[in-house]
Design a protein around this ligand. Structure first.
Ligand SMILES: CC(=O)N[C@H]1[C@@H](O[C@@H]2[C@H](O)[C@H](O)[C@@H](O)[C@H](O)[C@H]2O)O[C@H](CO)[C@@H](O)[C@@H]1O
Ligand code: ZN
Length: 291
């Protein structure tokens, strides 16, 4: 059995595309640096809207299988080889946007038993033994049921791991500092006339936007900007990219962030001081001393 790399990162996401949007630069950077990056995706996004007209016929399981191929293509762009579906392909289906009757589908992730779903994730944690876990905040970033459930399952799995004597040293939520997002949108509004997009989204449309003070960690992935954009392009049913900007099927332009931001919610900041002005610059900072 080949020796696992010293540094091991586990990310838990709701649909194919979330990993590239939220963490594409971080994943590419750590994979390039030799860390073991494991992605667990909870559904195949079977209820997603489809952007390209020539693919508009794809719905349900056929869309899910297509998005599974998009995910594999995106992982190739990021250099990530370990990517899995929670409980195996098709175990949990896309729940649709909050409030829709789709949310009541017994097979959808929103209806999943959290402990049962977390047990599938604990199996991955026991195998990979990650020092760092990344997931969404308790609102799933923007209130989508699958994102909220992914948060609940990831945090429950971290709790179960700790209870069994295998705590994950550091747990982070995806975040975006309001000042950085506001500056990015100011540039976007200036550039908008030259883009193939008609409208800009609002700052608060960006998942996980919080006051700068909530941010603990900024991972500079600028060197991997091209890989992140290519990974987002690979999710062609969901994302259209133009330069440093993208739209989802709602056609509202957003900036592609290549420094990606996090809030440490379990474990100790490397500096050992909470609320210090200095942001961590490495998710693994201090881990060696911890594990
Ligand atoms: C980024 C993300 O989580 N996308 C989800 C989301 O898709 C959005 C949804 O279709 C919405 O109605 C559109 O306006 C928006 O543009 C889409 O991004 O929800 C889908 C259904 O659950 C999911 O498949 C998709 O991955
Ligand atoms: Zn999603």
């Amino acid at each position: 059995m080949t020796e696992m790399p010293t540094r091991r990162l586990l990310l838990v996401h709701a649909h194919p595309d979330d990993e590239s949007i939220n963490n594409g630069a971080t994943m590419a950077r750590y994979a390039a640096e030799g860390a073991h990056v494991t992605l667990v995706t909870c559904t195949l996004g079977e209820r997603g809207e489809v952007i390209p007209p020539e693919l508009a016929h794809l719905t349900g399981p056929a869309l899910g299988q297509h998005r599974r191929r998009e995910l594999a293509a995106a992982m190739a762009e990021l250099g990530v080889q370990d990517f899995r579906l929670l409980g195996g392909a098709g175990r949990y289906s896309d729940s649709g946007m909050m409030g829709l009757p789709d949310n009541d589908d017994p097979a959808c992730f929103w209806q999943a038993d959290v402990d049962e779903a977390a047990a599938h994730l604990v199996e991955v944690i026991r195998e990979v033994r990650p020092q760092v876990l990344v997931t969404y905040d308790d609102n799933g970033g923007y209130g989508h049921p699958d994102h909220i459930q992914a948060h609940r399952v990831a945090m429950r799995a971290a709790e179960l791991s700790a209870e069994s004597g295998r705590p994950i040293p550091k747990v982070y939520w995806n975040r975006a500092p309001r000042s950085v997002v506001e500056q990015s949108f100011a540039r976007l509004r200036e550039d908008l006339p030259g883009l193939p997009f008609a409208k800009a989204a609002d700052v608060d449309d960006v998942p996980g936007v919080v006051a700068d003070e909530r941010i603990t960690t900024a991972v500079d992935g600028t060197a991997h900007a091209a890989a992140k954009a290519a990974a987002m392009r690979a999710h062609a049913t969901q994302i259209t990219v133009s330069g440093p900007y993208f739209v989802l099927s709602n056609e509202l332009a957003q900036p592609i962030l290549t420094t990606e931001y996090y809030e440490l919610v379990r474990g100790e900041r490397a500096s050992g001081e909470r609320n210090s002005d200095e942001w961590e610059t490495d998710l693994f900072a201090g881990v060696e001393e911890l594990s």
